[in-house]
Design a protein around this ligand. Structure first.
Ligand SMILES: NC(=O)c1ccc[n+]([C@@H]2O[C@H](COP(=O)([O-])OP(=O)(O)OC[C@H]3O[C@@H](n4cnc5c(N)ncnc54)[C@H](OP(=O)(O)O)[C@@H]3O)[C@@H](O)[C@H]2O)c1
Length: 224
């Protein structure tokens, strides 16, 4: 499977890209500038030479050619970036990891994007794509540290059950991550907004928290 990352040159996209390459996916880091994407790939490969055959860089149009595509731009450019590539994204699983947040006098606060969440906004921009909201709470630093597992649950929601299953399988390959089927895309509002709480906890306790829920009785936690 080939995974493209729109806006993959930032901390989140490059960390995700190198992590997914390290667990066997072919990854295309996308950017508004193919040169910038190539430079970011070179830096990642210099740090982790073992991913050299799996990681490449290109413009966002090249990333949109992936079988599964992740949107890793800032929240307020996510829908525009998706709209620009909507033809290539038709029928594909399109993962939104963007959080609409603002920091006001040191405090993280959630914003309400058009349609209630970034994911819903993206779904409206690319109505023929199968939008999945996921990965919002994974900190880029830990995600990009390939030597260590990330002990975290990953909440995944979509209006398309098969897409939740596909993204769950990808998440399951990341050492330490447990995918959880969190229902319909409408739940993206709560998932995205909750990121502000986690970031505030990081500030308050001078750490980087991860999400871990208890109470599951079945080892299968995602859509069959
Ligand atoms: N950082 C984290 O720990 C983390 C964790 C989970 C989720 N997230 C979410 O993941 C997303 C990316 O986070 P990040 O920290 O990597 O963000 P970022 O560095 O601010 O942006 C990521 C990339 O988006 C592209 N971009 C910036 N402005 C753009 C615009 N106006 N139009 C189109 N593309 C633009 C840039 O790539 P080019 O200039 O190369 O095009 C940039 O490198 C955010 O929505 C964030 O909420 C972040």
């Amino acid at each position: 499977m080939r995974i493209g990352i729109l806006g993959g040159t930032g901390p989140a996209g490059s960390a995700l890209g190198s992590r997914l390459a390290s667990v066997g996916y072919d990854v295309v880091i996308g950017s508004r500038s193919a040169e910038r994407a190539a430079a970011v790939c070179s830096e990642l490969v210099a740090r982790y030479p073992e991913i050299v055959t799996r990681l490449s860089g290109g413009d966002n149009a090249a990333a949109a050619e992936g079988d599964v595509v992740v949107v890793a731009t800032p929240w307020d450019s996510a829908a525009t970036t998706v709209r620009e590539n909507s033809e290539a994204l038709q029928g594909k699983v399109l993962v939104s990891m963007a959080n609409a947040l603002v920091r006001v006098t040191g405090e993280f606060q959630p914003l309400l994007p058009p349609r209630g969440s970034v994911a819903a906004h993206i779904q409206a921009a690319a109505p023929r794509s199968r939008v999945v909201a996921a990965l919002h709470h994974l900190p880029a630093k830990e995600l990009g540290h390939l030597g260590a597992p990330i002990d975290s649950d990953v909440l995944i929601c979509s209006d398309d059950r098969e897409s939740v299953r596909i993204v769950s399988e990808i998440v399951e390959r990341i050492p330490g991550c447990r995918p959880l089927d969190a229902g319909q895309l409408s739940n993206a509002t709560a998932i995205e907004a909750f990121t502000a709480v986690l970031l505030q906890l990081n500030v308050r306790y001078k750490t980087r928290v991860a999400l871990k829920l208890s109470g599951f009785h079945s080892p299968r936690t995602h859509a069959e």
